[in-house]
Design a protein around this ligand. Structure first.
Ligand code: SRM
Ligand code: SF4
Length: 564
């Protein structure tokens, strides 16, 4: 039985669209059949639940405006891939779709998914259908539902790693929307006008789905590569003698904020309770239901779970959560998070096989000039048919390889101009950027296209200072929404407007602490020069093995500001 949440006095427009959508159908089927380049405003919202965003090519805006043409509409299509697990044939199918219907590139996302960009409306249905043909899905990749569930990607033969991957699948499946709209619209082609659609029970979501997106991850103390502290819900495994004996449950993390609106802010997830392994599903259901019933449905800028936790405080959050749990809430244990492995390079899986992690700059798999990354990956995957894992750092792991694959893979990297991880600077390996311009409609500034230049500059300075063996994480976004989790990193660069950025320092590699503003409105060309005095001082005055973010945190805002 669906339980409808209490309806608040005022509701945002999206709430009404969801409610009246006949379980996410709206007019999507009819609009798809129509010869037009875009969807209506209401259906533009609904299409997100099906894994796609209506965008326009922002590079083309000026010329088209001059020529009196409207926007060049196109679609982003996102696959939801629990734990980032992809088979060789699925990879090859997505690679083909990138060529046939998108802009010839694949984008690994910061949540272990794939995105295609530049799909025209006329090709959207076929793209989504072919994604499903290879047994991947886009359902619930976006929209007000439980989003892709992340798990540490390394394919170690260890029961602990395997258990977390299995759990990610279970949670992803349990909290996927049950509506048949997705099948009707994209796979079977049934239009609403063909008769009343079949409505099903949505036991968790009801008619209104969630107030906003909801993100879950699994992590290990020594492997927080899924960035537990940035998530609505996180399960931190407690391991004893090689087995998971429980989990600390974290809730209320999130990154998005709006410049100038102090009512919005990034927030670090808090440890709420400790559970036994067989309580994972009930705990997830409890937190999701709490969010469904108490999340803000009037103001989407304040709708995430983090605001419920912030506004209530942790004690009330625990008390209310208890009413949704079928077991007594036990306080969390002391389980420190200590590691953030990247998994690039060669690794022994522990079952006689190996995996090779390739660092993908900002997740973009493409051929460009001498770099023939996309071709190389296709050839390698065709030859070795490896299982694949996508990482939350936007990298790719080729798994289950025989030892004998090493020489050929090493040779292919050289021939196709792809840098081996050991030849890539540590600062680049630890950097992330979001797509921003030209595809993201919310971008205020460049990110993916700008970060490589900034990293080049930073690498040169770090080498001069002898800091090139330090792990320093840089995360850049084109707007404050924080799609690559910039507010917990050593250095965060957040788009402000055009050429100007807000510069943050003081987070850490494991992401357990928010950073703070070093300087606002920094022109792109001044980003590295602004950081230099601090890096100099860090080199001279750091304590022991202190990381750059820890050093900035120790100094605090005022002293960093005075130096920087
Ligand atoms: Fe994101 C919106 C890209 C992970 C916070 N995000 C968007 C949209 C769809 C723009 C839009 O709404 O029109 C971006 C599409 C750009 C494009 O052209 O592709 C976009 N987000 C991405 C990706 C592709 C960034 C990447 O470099 O990989 C990531 C896709 C992940 C996936 O596979 O599901 C992505 N987004 C994140 C994360 C990181 C995470 O999930 O761990 C965050 C911060 C964590 C969080 O949710 O708080 C994030 N995205 C946002 C927000 C801010 C939400 C908020 O609470 O305020 C928006 C804006 C919104 O939802 O209104 C947003
Ligand atoms: Fe777009 Fe902003 Fe997300 Fe970057 S951080 S992808 S600019 S919404």
């Amino acid at each position: 039985m669906s339980i409808e949440p209490p309806v608040p006095a005022t509701r945002s427009a999206v709430e009404l669209i969801k409610e009246n959508s006949l379980q996410l159908r709206g007019g999507l089927a009819e609009e798809l059949a129509r010869d037009s380049e875009k969807f209506s405003d209401a259906d533009k919202q609904l299409i997100k639940f099906h894994g796609s965003y209506q965008q326009d090519n922002r590079d083309a805006r000026k010329d088209r405006h001059r020529d009196g043409a409207g926007k060049a509409f196109q679609f982003m299509v996102r696959c939801k891939i629990p734990g980032g697990k992809v088979t060789a044939s699925q990879y090859l199918a997505i690679d083909q779709l990138a060529e046939k219907y998108a802009n010839g590139t694949l984008r690994i996302t910061s949540r272990q998914g794939f995105q295609l960009h530049g799909v025209l409306k006329s090709n959207l249905k076929q793209t989504i259908r072919e994604i499903n043909d290879c047994l991947l899905t886009t359902l619930g990749a976006c929209g007000d539902v439980s989003r892709n569930v992340m798990a540490p990607p390394a394919p170690f033969a260890s029961p602990v790693y395997q258990e977390l991957q299995r759990r990610a699948d279970v949670i992803a499946q349990l909290f996927a929307p049950r509506s048949k709209a997705y099948h009707d619209i994209w796979l079977n082609g049934v239009a609403v006008s063909n008769g009343a659609p079949e409505l099903v029970d949505e036991p968790i979501y009801g008619k209104l789905y969630l107030p906003r997106k909801f993100k879950t991850v699994f992590a290990l103390p020594e492997d927080n590569s899924t960035d537990l502290f940035a998530q609505d819900l996180g399960f931190l495994a407690h391991v004893e003698n090689g087995a998971i004996v429980g989990y600390n449950v974290y809730a209320g993390g999130g990154m998005g904020m709006t410049h100038g609106n102090t009512n919005t802010f990034p927030f670090i997830a808090q440890a709420i309770c400790y559970i036994a392994p067989d309580q994972v599903v009930a705990a997830a259901e409890g937190v999701i239901k709490l969010f469904r019933d108490h999340g803000n449905r009037a103001d989407r800028k304040r709708a995430r779970l983090k605001y419920v936790l912030h506004d209530w405080g942790i004690e009330k959050f625990r008390d209310v959560l208890q009413t949704y749990l079928p077991f007594p809430l036990v306080l969390p244990r002391d389980i420190p998070v200590t590691g953030f492995p990247l998994s690039v390079g060669w690794h022994d899986q522990g079952d006689g096989k190996y995996f090779y992690g390739i660092s993908i700059e900002n997740g973009r798999i493409k051929d460009e000039g001498d770099l023939r990354l996309r071709t190389m990956l296709r050839k390698l995957i065709e030859k070795f048919q490896p299982n694949i894992r996508l990482t939350p750092m936007q990298d790719i792991l080729l798994c289950d390889l025989p030892k004998s694959a090493k020489p050929l893979i090493n040779r292919m990297l050289t021939v196709y101009g792809v840098a081996k991880p050991e030849r890539i600077s540590l600062v680049q390996l630890h950097s992330l950027a979001c797509p921003a311009v030209p595809t993201c409609g919310l971008a205020l500034s460049e990110a993916e296209r700008a970060l490589p230049g900034i990293i080049d500059e930073l690498e040169a300075e770090l080498a001069k200072l002898g800091l090139d063996r330090d792990k320093i994480g840089v995360r850049m976004t084109g707007c404050p929404n924080g799609c690559v989790r910039p507010y917990q990193s050593d250095i965060g660069i957040v788009g402000r407007s055009g050429d100007k950025y807000t510069l943050f320092v003081g987070g850490n590699l494991v992401g357990s602490r928010l950073n703070f503003v070093l300087k606002d409105l920094v022109p792109m060309s001044e980003i590295v020069p602004t950081l230099l005095p601090l890096l100099n001082d860090y080199k001279k005055n750091r304590q022991g093995e202190e990381g750059f973010g820890d050093y900035c945190h120790r100094l605090g805002t005022d002293r960093c500001g005075a130096i920087g």
